[in-house]
Write a protein that binds this ligand. Structure first.
Ligand code: ADP
Ligand code: ZN
Length: 427
Protein backbone atom coordinates (compact mmCIF):
# COMPACT_ATOMS: atom_id res chain seq x y z
CA UNK A 1 0.00 0.00 0.00
CA UNK A 2 2.86 2.39 0.72
CA UNK A 3 4.19 2.16 -2.83
CA UNK A 4 0.85 1.75 -4.63
CA UNK A 5 0.48 3.58 -7.92
CA UNK A 6 -1.89 6.56 -8.14
CA UNK A 7 -4.53 4.72 -10.10
CA UNK A 8 -4.87 1.83 -7.68
CA UNK A 9 -4.69 4.17 -4.71
CA UNK A 10 -7.35 6.53 -6.10
CA UNK A 11 -9.69 3.63 -6.86
CA UNK A 12 -9.38 2.51 -3.24
CA UNK A 13 -9.82 6.07 -1.98
CA UNK A 14 -13.02 6.48 -3.96
CA UNK A 15 -14.40 3.26 -2.52
CA UNK A 16 -13.51 4.41 0.99
CA UNK A 17 -14.87 7.91 0.45
CA UNK A 18 -18.26 6.43 -0.45
CA UNK A 19 -18.10 4.30 2.65
CA UNK A 20 -17.36 7.19 4.99
CA UNK A 21 -20.05 9.35 3.36
CA UNK A 22 -22.42 6.47 4.09
CA UNK A 23 -21.48 6.59 7.76
CA UNK A 24 -21.69 10.38 7.86
CA UNK A 25 -25.22 10.26 6.44
CA UNK A 26 -26.30 8.40 9.57
CA UNK A 27 -25.82 11.59 11.64
CA UNK A 28 -28.41 14.36 11.53
CA UNK A 29 -25.54 16.86 11.33
CA UNK A 30 -24.12 15.49 8.06
CA UNK A 31 -27.54 14.56 6.69
CA UNK A 32 -28.44 18.23 6.69
CA UNK A 33 -25.02 19.40 5.49
CA UNK A 34 -24.77 16.91 2.67
CA UNK A 35 -28.36 17.29 1.57
CA UNK A 36 -27.76 20.99 1.05
CA UNK A 37 -24.87 19.98 -1.23
CA UNK A 38 -27.09 17.56 -3.17
CA UNK A 39 -25.64 14.43 -1.59
CA UNK A 40 -28.21 12.08 -0.06
CA UNK A 41 -26.54 8.73 -0.74
CA UNK A 42 -22.96 7.41 -1.15
CA UNK A 43 -23.88 6.83 -4.80
CA UNK A 44 -23.89 10.60 -5.29
CA UNK A 45 -20.09 10.45 -4.97
CA UNK A 46 -19.12 9.47 -8.52
CA UNK A 47 -15.45 10.38 -8.51
CA UNK A 48 -12.86 11.79 -6.11
CA UNK A 49 -13.60 15.19 -7.64
CA UNK A 50 -16.97 15.09 -5.86
CA UNK A 51 -15.10 15.58 -2.59
CA UNK A 52 -15.03 19.27 -3.49
CA UNK A 53 -18.85 19.35 -3.32
CA UNK A 54 -18.80 18.38 0.34
CA UNK A 55 -18.89 21.38 2.71
CA UNK A 56 -16.05 21.84 5.22
CA UNK A 57 -16.39 20.72 8.82
CA UNK A 58 -14.95 23.13 11.39
CA UNK A 59 -13.71 22.86 14.94
CA UNK A 60 -16.79 24.90 15.95
CA UNK A 61 -19.03 22.25 14.36
CA UNK A 62 -17.37 19.62 16.52
CA UNK A 63 -17.71 21.78 19.60
CA UNK A 64 -21.42 22.30 18.89
CA UNK A 65 -21.86 18.54 18.57
CA UNK A 66 -20.20 17.94 21.96
CA UNK A 67 -20.31 15.28 23.33
CA UNK A 68 -22.10 12.69 21.13
CA UNK A 69 -23.66 14.68 18.28
CA UNK A 70 -21.44 13.24 15.55
CA UNK A 71 -21.76 9.62 16.56
CA UNK A 72 -22.66 7.46 13.55
CA UNK A 73 -22.90 4.07 15.25
CA UNK A 74 -24.73 2.81 18.35
CA UNK A 75 -22.74 3.47 21.53
CA UNK A 76 -22.52 -0.29 22.05
CA UNK A 77 -20.10 -0.42 19.09
CA UNK A 78 -17.87 2.29 20.56
CA UNK A 79 -14.87 0.86 22.37
CA UNK A 80 -12.93 4.02 23.18
CA UNK A 81 -13.34 7.79 23.42
CA UNK A 82 -10.55 10.32 22.91
CA UNK A 83 -10.56 14.09 23.01
CA UNK A 84 -8.20 16.75 21.75
CA UNK A 85 -5.90 18.44 24.26
CA UNK A 86 -8.07 21.54 24.23
CA UNK A 87 -5.14 23.83 23.37
CA UNK A 88 -7.51 26.35 21.77
CA UNK A 89 -10.84 25.78 23.56
CA UNK A 90 -13.42 23.10 24.39
CA UNK A 91 -11.85 19.72 23.54
CA UNK A 92 -13.30 17.93 20.52
CA UNK A 93 -14.53 14.35 21.02
CA UNK A 94 -13.81 11.37 18.82
CA UNK A 95 -15.45 7.96 19.31
CA UNK A 96 -13.78 4.82 17.98
CA UNK A 97 -15.10 1.39 17.06
CA UNK A 98 -12.83 -1.64 17.24
CA UNK A 99 -12.29 -1.33 13.48
CA UNK A 100 -11.41 2.38 13.80
CA UNK A 101 -8.73 1.56 16.35
CA UNK A 102 -7.34 -1.22 14.15
CA UNK A 103 -6.91 1.23 11.25
CA UNK A 104 -5.18 3.73 13.51
CA UNK A 105 -2.88 1.12 15.01
CA UNK A 106 -1.86 -0.08 11.56
CA UNK A 107 -1.01 3.44 10.43
CA UNK A 108 1.14 4.05 13.50
CA UNK A 109 2.88 0.71 12.92
CA UNK A 110 3.46 1.73 9.30
CA UNK A 111 4.89 5.08 10.44
CA UNK A 112 7.28 3.49 12.92
CA UNK A 113 8.47 1.01 10.32
CA UNK A 114 9.07 3.84 7.83
CA UNK A 115 11.67 5.29 10.23
CA UNK A 116 13.60 2.02 10.19
CA UNK A 117 12.60 1.00 13.71
CA UNK A 118 11.25 -2.43 14.57
CA UNK A 119 10.99 -5.28 16.99
CA UNK A 120 14.59 -4.93 18.20
CA UNK A 121 13.89 -1.47 19.53
CA UNK A 122 13.08 -0.44 23.08
CA UNK A 123 10.45 2.27 22.83
CA UNK A 124 9.85 4.75 25.65
CA UNK A 125 6.63 6.67 25.18
CA UNK A 126 6.87 9.96 27.05
CA UNK A 127 3.63 11.42 25.72
CA UNK A 128 0.77 11.74 28.16
CA UNK A 129 -1.49 8.70 28.36
CA UNK A 130 -5.23 9.17 28.84
CA UNK A 131 -7.64 11.11 26.65
CA UNK A 132 -4.72 12.70 24.79
CA UNK A 133 -4.00 10.57 21.72
CA UNK A 134 -0.18 10.71 21.87
CA UNK A 135 0.00 8.06 24.59
CA UNK A 136 -2.25 5.18 23.58
CA UNK A 137 -1.99 5.95 19.85
CA UNK A 138 1.74 5.32 19.60
CA UNK A 139 1.57 2.62 22.24
CA UNK A 140 -0.57 0.17 20.29
CA UNK A 141 1.21 0.87 17.00
CA UNK A 142 4.58 0.18 18.65
CA UNK A 143 3.27 -3.10 20.10
CA UNK A 144 1.92 -4.05 16.68
CA UNK A 145 5.44 -3.61 15.27
CA UNK A 146 6.77 -5.74 18.11
CA UNK A 147 8.83 -3.07 19.83
CA UNK A 148 9.41 -3.39 23.56
CA UNK A 149 7.18 -0.64 24.88
CA UNK A 150 7.84 1.33 28.07
CA UNK A 151 4.60 3.25 28.72
CA UNK A 152 6.08 6.06 30.83
CA UNK A 153 3.70 8.87 29.95
CA UNK A 154 4.76 12.50 30.49
CA UNK A 155 6.73 14.12 33.26
CA UNK A 156 8.92 12.78 36.07
CA UNK A 157 12.03 13.77 34.14
CA UNK A 158 14.70 12.25 36.34
CA UNK A 159 12.96 8.91 36.36
CA UNK A 160 12.59 9.08 32.59
CA UNK A 161 16.36 9.44 32.24
CA UNK A 162 16.98 6.62 34.71
CA UNK A 163 14.65 4.29 32.80
CA UNK A 164 16.26 5.24 29.49
CA UNK A 165 19.58 4.19 30.97
CA UNK A 166 18.43 1.05 32.79
CA UNK A 167 16.45 -0.45 29.90
CA UNK A 168 18.62 0.81 27.05
CA UNK A 169 15.83 2.77 25.37
CA UNK A 170 16.52 3.20 21.65
CA UNK A 171 13.45 5.17 20.50
CA UNK A 172 11.54 7.99 22.22
CA UNK A 173 8.20 9.62 21.54
CA UNK A 174 8.22 13.09 23.06
CA UNK A 175 7.48 16.75 22.39
CA UNK A 176 10.45 18.73 21.00
CA UNK A 177 10.33 21.22 23.88
CA UNK A 178 10.49 18.46 26.47
CA UNK A 179 13.29 16.73 24.58
CA UNK A 180 15.39 19.89 24.84
CA UNK A 181 14.59 20.24 28.52
CA UNK A 182 15.48 16.63 29.27
CA UNK A 183 18.94 17.12 27.81
CA UNK A 184 19.67 19.87 30.27
CA UNK A 185 19.04 17.40 33.13
CA UNK A 186 21.51 14.74 31.98
CA UNK A 187 24.49 16.21 33.78
CA UNK A 188 22.57 16.57 37.04
CA UNK A 189 21.49 12.90 36.74
CA UNK A 190 25.13 12.01 36.11
CA UNK A 191 24.18 10.34 32.86
CA UNK A 192 26.19 10.84 29.68
CA UNK A 193 25.18 9.91 26.14
CA UNK A 194 27.54 6.93 26.39
CA UNK A 195 25.35 5.49 29.17
CA UNK A 196 22.39 5.53 26.79
CA UNK A 197 21.55 3.57 23.64
CA UNK A 198 19.23 6.18 22.18
CA UNK A 199 19.01 6.23 18.37
CA UNK A 200 15.77 7.90 17.39
CA UNK A 201 13.10 10.27 18.62
CA UNK A 202 9.63 10.88 17.24
CA UNK A 203 8.89 14.55 17.82
CA UNK A 204 5.45 16.05 17.47
CA UNK A 205 2.32 17.47 19.10
CA UNK A 206 3.55 21.06 18.70
CA UNK A 207 5.16 23.19 16.00
CA UNK A 208 8.95 23.39 15.92
CA UNK A 209 11.50 24.54 13.41
CA UNK A 210 14.02 22.63 11.33
CA UNK A 211 16.75 24.28 13.41
CA UNK A 212 15.26 22.88 16.58
CA UNK A 213 15.28 19.43 15.02
CA UNK A 214 18.94 19.85 14.11
CA UNK A 215 19.76 21.11 17.55
CA UNK A 216 18.06 18.11 19.18
CA UNK A 217 19.84 15.70 16.83
CA UNK A 218 23.18 17.28 17.67
CA UNK A 219 22.64 17.44 21.42
CA UNK A 220 21.45 13.85 21.67
CA UNK A 221 23.40 12.38 18.72
CA UNK A 222 20.24 10.80 17.30
CA UNK A 223 17.87 10.98 14.33
CA UNK A 224 14.70 12.96 15.03
CA UNK A 225 11.60 12.31 12.92
CA UNK A 226 8.69 14.67 12.57
CA UNK A 227 5.40 13.09 13.62
CA UNK A 228 2.07 14.76 12.91
CA UNK A 229 -1.44 13.96 13.88
CA UNK A 230 -4.52 15.38 15.52
CA UNK A 231 -7.17 13.71 17.63
CA UNK A 232 -9.88 14.58 15.09
CA UNK A 233 -8.03 12.34 12.58
CA UNK A 234 -7.32 9.65 15.24
CA UNK A 235 -4.07 11.15 16.56
CA UNK A 236 -0.43 10.47 15.68
CA UNK A 237 0.16 8.47 12.51
CA UNK A 238 -1.61 10.83 10.10
CA UNK A 239 1.70 11.95 8.58
CA UNK A 240 5.18 10.77 9.49
CA UNK A 241 8.70 11.17 8.19
CA UNK A 242 10.48 8.22 6.64
CA UNK A 243 14.22 7.59 6.92
CA UNK A 244 14.88 10.45 4.50
CA UNK A 245 13.47 13.01 6.99
CA UNK A 246 12.31 15.30 4.19
CA UNK A 247 8.67 15.99 5.00
CA UNK A 248 5.94 13.75 6.35
CA UNK A 249 4.21 11.14 4.20
CA UNK A 250 0.45 11.57 4.60
CA UNK A 251 -1.08 8.07 4.56
CA UNK A 252 -3.31 8.85 1.62
CA UNK A 253 -5.14 5.54 1.50
CA UNK A 254 -6.83 6.65 4.73
CA UNK A 255 -6.48 10.43 4.79
CA UNK A 256 -7.58 12.66 1.96
CA UNK A 257 -5.45 15.79 2.33
CA UNK A 258 -6.16 19.21 0.84
CA UNK A 259 -4.52 22.59 1.36
CA UNK A 260 -6.80 25.59 1.07
CA UNK A 261 -6.65 29.36 1.20
CA UNK A 262 -7.67 30.09 4.73
CA UNK A 263 -9.78 33.13 3.78
CA UNK A 264 -11.55 31.94 0.64
CA UNK A 265 -11.55 28.16 1.10
CA UNK A 266 -10.18 27.78 -2.45
CA UNK A 267 -7.92 24.80 -3.15
CA UNK A 268 -4.19 25.58 -3.38
CA UNK A 269 -1.84 23.64 -5.59
CA UNK A 270 1.00 21.51 -4.20
CA UNK A 271 3.88 23.62 -2.94
CA UNK A 272 1.69 26.47 -1.67
CA UNK A 273 1.20 26.99 2.03
CA UNK A 274 -2.31 27.17 3.46
CA UNK A 275 -4.71 25.55 5.89
CA UNK A 276 -4.60 21.76 5.89
CA UNK A 277 -7.92 19.94 5.45
CA UNK A 278 -8.39 16.23 6.06
CA UNK A 279 -11.06 13.67 5.38
CA UNK A 280 -10.72 10.42 7.30
CA UNK A 281 -11.77 7.84 4.73
CA UNK A 282 -11.95 4.94 7.14
CA UNK A 283 -13.91 5.90 10.18
CA UNK A 284 -17.15 4.47 11.39
CA UNK A 285 -17.91 6.01 14.76
CA UNK A 286 -17.04 9.65 14.08
CA UNK A 287 -16.84 10.26 10.34
CA UNK A 288 -15.30 13.66 9.60
CA UNK A 289 -15.45 15.08 6.11
CA UNK A 290 -13.15 17.88 4.96
CA UNK A 291 -12.13 18.84 8.46
CA UNK A 292 -10.39 22.22 8.67
CA UNK A 293 -7.44 21.64 10.99
CA UNK A 294 -6.34 25.28 11.34
CA UNK A 295 -2.81 23.96 10.86
CA UNK A 296 -0.74 25.74 8.24
CA UNK A 297 1.53 23.80 5.87
CA UNK A 298 2.16 22.97 2.20
CA UNK A 299 2.11 19.68 0.35
CA UNK A 300 5.61 19.09 -1.00
CA UNK A 301 6.17 18.60 -4.71
CA UNK A 302 8.13 15.70 -6.09
CA UNK A 303 8.69 12.07 -5.18
CA UNK A 304 10.52 10.78 -2.12
CA UNK A 305 13.62 8.64 -2.73
CA UNK A 306 12.19 5.99 -0.37
CA UNK A 307 9.70 4.93 -3.05
CA UNK A 308 6.59 5.61 -1.02
CA UNK A 309 4.00 7.21 -3.26
CA UNK A 310 2.06 8.99 -0.51
CA UNK A 311 2.52 12.74 -0.86
CA UNK A 312 4.46 14.60 1.82
CA UNK A 313 3.41 17.43 4.08
CA UNK A 314 5.99 20.09 4.92
CA UNK A 315 6.75 20.98 8.51
CA UNK A 316 3.70 22.66 10.12
CA UNK A 317 4.36 26.42 10.25
CA UNK A 318 1.86 26.86 13.07
CA UNK A 319 -1.84 27.06 13.77
CA UNK A 320 -3.93 29.82 12.32
CA UNK A 321 -4.98 30.50 15.95
CA UNK A 322 -1.31 30.98 16.91
CA UNK A 323 -0.64 33.67 14.37
CA UNK A 324 0.31 36.84 16.21
CA UNK A 325 -0.51 40.19 14.71
CA UNK A 326 2.10 42.53 16.12
CA UNK A 327 1.66 46.14 15.06
CA UNK A 328 -0.02 44.89 11.90
CA UNK A 329 2.65 42.33 11.00
CA UNK A 330 1.62 38.66 10.90
CA UNK A 331 4.11 36.41 12.68
CA UNK A 332 4.07 32.76 13.74
CA UNK A 333 5.95 31.80 16.90
CA UNK A 334 7.87 29.25 14.81
CA UNK A 335 9.48 32.08 12.81
CA UNK A 336 10.97 33.43 16.02
CA UNK A 337 12.03 29.95 17.09
CA UNK A 338 13.78 29.35 13.77
CA UNK A 339 15.91 32.49 14.28
CA UNK A 340 16.93 31.94 17.88
CA UNK A 341 17.71 28.25 17.48
CA UNK A 342 20.31 29.15 14.84
CA UNK A 343 22.33 30.99 17.46
CA UNK A 344 24.81 28.51 18.99
CA UNK A 345 24.91 30.22 22.40
CA UNK A 346 21.15 29.84 22.81
CA UNK A 347 20.07 27.16 25.27
CA UNK A 348 17.02 24.92 25.41
CA UNK A 349 14.05 27.13 26.14
CA UNK A 350 12.45 30.42 25.18
CA UNK A 351 9.29 32.44 25.71
CA UNK A 352 7.49 35.15 23.73
CA UNK A 353 5.77 37.98 25.62
CA UNK A 354 3.37 40.43 24.01
CA UNK A 355 2.40 43.61 25.82
CA UNK A 356 0.84 46.97 25.10
CA UNK A 357 3.06 49.99 25.31
CA UNK A 358 0.85 53.02 24.72
CA UNK A 359 -1.07 52.26 21.54
CA UNK A 360 1.67 50.00 20.17
CA UNK A 361 2.37 46.32 20.71
CA UNK A 362 5.70 45.40 22.20
CA UNK A 363 7.37 42.05 21.72
CA UNK A 364 9.81 40.58 24.23
CA UNK A 365 11.69 37.39 23.48
CA UNK A 366 13.08 35.68 26.57
CA UNK A 367 15.86 33.28 25.73
CA UNK A 368 17.72 30.83 27.93
CA UNK A 369 21.41 30.78 27.13
CA UNK A 370 23.43 27.60 27.14
CA UNK A 371 25.11 26.66 30.41
CA UNK A 372 28.67 27.37 29.23
CA UNK A 373 27.79 31.01 28.53
CA UNK A 374 27.21 32.58 31.96
CA UNK A 375 30.76 33.57 32.77
CA UNK A 376 29.91 37.00 34.05
CA UNK A 377 31.34 38.75 30.99
CA UNK A 378 28.73 41.48 30.61
CA UNK A 379 30.11 42.87 27.36
CA UNK A 380 29.88 39.43 25.80
CA UNK A 381 26.28 39.03 26.98
CA UNK A 382 25.37 42.44 25.56
CA UNK A 383 26.87 41.51 22.22
CA UNK A 384 24.91 38.26 22.15
CA UNK A 385 21.70 40.09 22.95
CA UNK A 386 22.32 42.55 20.12
CA UNK A 387 23.10 39.72 17.71
CA UNK A 388 19.86 37.88 18.52
CA UNK A 389 17.93 41.13 18.21
CA UNK A 390 19.49 41.95 14.82
CA UNK A 391 18.78 38.46 13.51
CA UNK A 392 15.16 38.67 14.65
CA UNK A 393 14.68 42.10 13.15
CA UNK A 394 16.07 40.89 9.83
CA UNK A 395 13.67 37.97 9.76
CA UNK A 396 10.40 39.22 11.23
CA UNK A 397 10.75 42.95 10.40
CA UNK A 398 9.70 44.18 13.83
CA UNK A 399 12.21 44.93 16.54
CA UNK A 400 11.83 42.91 19.74
CA UNK A 401 13.30 43.35 23.18
CA UNK A 402 15.59 40.41 23.94
CA UNK A 403 16.17 39.16 27.48
CA UNK A 404 18.77 36.52 28.25
CA UNK A 405 18.00 34.09 31.06
CA UNK A 406 19.88 31.47 33.00
CA UNK A 407 19.55 27.87 31.88
CA UNK A 408 16.53 26.19 33.45
CA UNK A 409 14.82 29.42 34.54
CA UNK A 410 11.94 29.67 32.05
CA UNK A 411 8.73 27.59 32.47
CA UNK A 412 8.98 23.95 31.37
CA UNK A 413 6.12 21.97 29.83
CA UNK A 414 5.95 18.20 29.90
CA UNK A 415 3.22 18.11 27.24
CA UNK A 416 2.57 20.78 24.63
CA UNK A 417 4.65 23.87 25.32
CA UNK A 418 2.92 27.21 25.75
CA UNK A 419 5.46 29.64 24.31
CA UNK A 420 3.43 32.81 23.93
CA UNK A 421 2.13 34.99 26.75
CA UNK A 422 -0.17 37.63 25.33
CA UNK A 423 -0.78 40.33 27.94
CA UNK A 424 -1.98 42.93 25.49
CA UNK A 425 -5.58 42.87 26.71
CA UNK A 426 -4.46 43.39 30.32
CA UNK A 427 -4.92 46.86 31.73
P1 ADP B 1 -5.24 20.38 20.33
O1 ADP B 1 -5.64 20.98 19.03
O2 ADP B 1 -6.21 20.70 21.42
O3 ADP B 1 -3.82 20.61 20.71
P2 ADP B 1 -4.59 17.58 19.71
O4 ADP B 1 -4.13 16.98 20.98
O5 ADP B 1 -5.44 16.76 18.83
O6 ADP B 1 -5.43 18.84 20.08
O7 ADP B 1 -3.31 18.07 18.92
C1 ADP B 1 -3.26 18.16 17.53
C2 ADP B 1 -2.57 19.43 17.10
O8 ADP B 1 -1.20 19.44 17.57
C3 ADP B 1 -2.46 19.55 15.61
O9 ADP B 1 -3.64 20.05 15.04
C4 ADP B 1 -1.27 20.51 15.48
O10 ADP B 1 -1.68 21.86 15.68
C5 ADP B 1 -0.37 20.10 16.62
N1 ADP B 1 0.67 19.18 16.13
C6 ADP B 1 0.68 17.84 16.21
N2 ADP B 1 1.81 17.32 15.66
C7 ADP B 1 2.53 18.36 15.19
C8 ADP B 1 3.79 18.50 14.50
N3 ADP B 1 4.56 17.47 14.20
N4 ADP B 1 4.19 19.75 14.17
C9 ADP B 1 3.42 20.82 14.48
N5 ADP B 1 2.24 20.76 15.13
C10 ADP B 1 1.80 19.55 15.49
ZN1 ZN C 1 9.92 8.77 2.03
Amino acid sequence: METAGRKAMDALRLKNLRKVVGYALRTPFYQARLKAAGITSPRDIRSLKDLARIPFTSKEDLRECYPNGLLAVPMSRVVRIHTSSGTTGIPTVIHHTKEDLAVWTDLVARSITATGAGKHDIFQNMMTYGMFTGGLGLHYGAERVGMTVIPMGGGNSRRQIQIMKDFGTTVLHITPSYMLHLHSLLAECKVTLKDLRLKKAYLGAEPYSEDTRRKIEKLWQIDAYNSYGLSEMNGPGVAFECEHKNGMHVWEDVYCVEVIDQRTGAALEDGREGEVVFTNLLREATPLLRYRTRDVAAILKGACPCGRTHRRLARIAGRTDDMMIINGVNIYPSQIEAVIMQVPEVGNNYQIILEKSGSLDSLTVKVEISSGMFKGDLAQIDRLKERIKDNLRASIIISPRVELHEPGSLPVFEGKAKRVVDDRAKL
